[in-house]
Design a protein around this ligand. Structure first.
Ligand SMILES: Nc1ncnc2c1ncn2[C@@H]1O[C@H](COP(=O)(O)OP(=O)(O)OP(=O)(O)O)[C@@H](O)[C@H]1O
Ligand SMILES: N[C@@H](CCO)C(=O)O
Length: 325
């Protein structure tokens, strides 16, 4: 579930009166997602022809001070042809509001569905969409530090301490060893860019083999550009439990990215290390949430071990096999 803040329909209708968006017809809480509260709104539309919007109330992990970065980024990407949702301004030009005591925004609704079992063709389209996003991001003037970088992983590991072993015996030592490996091998000189940093299948909307929207930019930041492809790889080319690697999906994802953006030899050479970092990043955030979320909380905890299996795979795989030929 992801409706942490419940807003009465009358309050949403009054909120909509600030916009040229028509009157509220229905408001449904969206179950997917874990970070923010999301509602799908149907309105009469400003001309009475009906319209859909997303209403997002920002919860614990999104810092309000970062919202202007996300808003300007989506304007920049949207203006360059990327299918990303724009933040909608009210009649006074305001995009950030307060609703039910939380920072809140009205956001463009995009059509499409999130896949659970992507095909190679769908992975190819996603690789291409990521490459196009990186091209469109060129020239974006703002920067945001990635708080979930190598230093951030150390902080998270310190916070979890020996509690890792509640999840799996030996996990604390495994994380320590992996951090030491990444400290020694993390690449320093690769091109940097704005990255999405969380392009999981649930953040890509598709119709058939066509990408219709990239959403959920709330981890976007400035970091090693091809690390974004490593994150996407970790999320798209394995079974959910991380036990099976799908080489055909991986090759298609890489080919899609390469066709849209291109990969340098240095990026290819570092890719395996970057995948290890991506797997550790999601292992750590999931482990932290696992340890700190009571089992009876209303949110579904995501399995950290699904990312330990990916990490084990990346640590033993032949780097040349990760993206195919
Ligand atoms: N602009 C949009 N257009 C259409 N649907 C959207 C849009 N934004 C969000 N959604 C829907 O709401 C769901 C949750 O959104 P989102 O992924 O942004 O939430 P979240 O709480 O930040 O989740 P998480 O970080 O766990 O992925 C999406 O899976 C999608 O179904
Ligand atoms: N994509 C993350 C959740 C936060 O966006 C995960 O699956 O662990």
């Amino acid at each position: 579930m992801a409706v942490y803040t419940h807003v009465p329909a009358e309050e949403i209708d009054a909120f909509l009166a600030r916009y040229d968006a028509g009157r509220l017809v229905s408001a449904k809480g969206i179950a997917e997602g874990v970070e923010n509260s999301n509602y799908l709104l149907e309105t009469t539309g400003h001309d009475g022809s009906g319209h859909r919007y997303i209403l997002t109330l920002y919860e614990k992990r999104v810092d309000e001070a970062d919202l202007p970065f996300f808003m300007d980024l989506l304007d920049h990407l949207g203006a360059r042809g990327c299918l990303v949702p724009r933040f909608i301004a009210d009649r006074d030009g305001q995009r950030l509001q307060t609703l039910a005591g939380r920072p809140a925004c009205l956001i463009e609704f995009l059509t499409g569905i999130s896949l659970t079992e992507p095909t190679p063709e769908q992975a190819r389209a996603t690789g291409a969409a990521l490459g196009e996003l990186h091209r469109a991001a060129e020239g974006f003037p703002l920067e945001r530090r990635n708080t979930l970088d190598l230093a951030g992983w150390h902080d998270l590991a310190d916070k979890c301490g020996e509690d890792f072993d509640q999840i799996a015996p030996g996990l604390a030592a495994r994380v320590r060893d992996e951090l030491a490996f990444l400290d020694a091998h993390w690449p320093a000189d690769l091109p940097r860019s704005v990255i999405h940093a969380d392009l999981f299948p649930d953040n890509v909307l598709m119709l058939g083999d066509r990408v219709t929207g990239l959403i959920d930019f709330y981890f976007s930041c400035t970091d090693i550009r091809v690390y974004d492809l490593a994150i996407t790889h970790s999320a798209w080319v394995f079974s959910h439990d991380g036990a099976t690697f799908f080489a055909d999906r991986a090759a298609a994802l890489g080919a899609g990215y390469d066709a849209a953006h291109g990969l340098t030899d240095a990026e290819r050479a570092a890719f395996s290390i970057l995948c290890r970092g991506a797997a550790l990043r999601f292992l750590l955030t999931r482990a932290y949430d696992w340890i700190n979320t009571p089992p009876d909380a209303l949110v579904t905890r995501k399995d950290p071990l699904a990312y330990l299996r990916r990490l084990d795979f990346y640590a033993s795989a032949n780097p040349a096999d990760l993206l195919g030929a």
